[in-house]
Design a protein around this ligand. Sequence first.
Ligand SMILES: [Zn+2]
Length: 214
Amino acid sequence: MKLMTERNLLIEYGKKLVTDGFTCGTGGNLSIYNREEKLMAITPSGIPFFEILPEDIVIMRTDGTIVEGTRKPSSEWVMHKLFYERRTDINSVIHAHTIYSTILAELRWDLPAAHYMIAVAGPNVRCAEYASFGTEELAENAYTGMIDRKAVLLANHGVLTGHYDIANAYNVLEEVEYCANIYYRAKSIGEPVILDDAEMQHMHEEFKIYGQRK
Ligand SMILES: [Zn+2]
């Protein structure tokens, strides 16, 4: 089978989504893009993460051609491949319906820099415009919302992150969810102070060196 390393990583991180409380059931999808092979490995549609076997992972080209696999790829595969086609800094994409990020996405709020750790994703995390799940329109909206960022909220839906590898994409997911959680709590008792642009630029520089796991 092609892309065994990628298949195993997708299974490992898919299980992590469940054990970390970031998804229940089959919500969410993960992919890794192998730039040398020009192939995307993506989780299948509708199989619980703890039941996915290496052969269930779908190996496909960004034009939609399935190279290996008998399963249907995630219904959001277009949203994944768009980033691989247009952003060379992204080789792994994770999409989930985490609680606090999705709460903000239902309000259609951007997540502001109330906590400096948001810098792993950018100076803030925008909420993209709404479109139905699984559509090209949603993929385009997510792409636009994530320009110069490593995460985006999807209106009335969830969150998406991307990075040069899956460990970092997962790290961004964790931090964005943490920031959304803390922001929600702070907002419920007062008005959080938002860090200014200069400080967030400083954080951006700091995070180029620190906080990137290999
Ligand atoms: Zn979704």
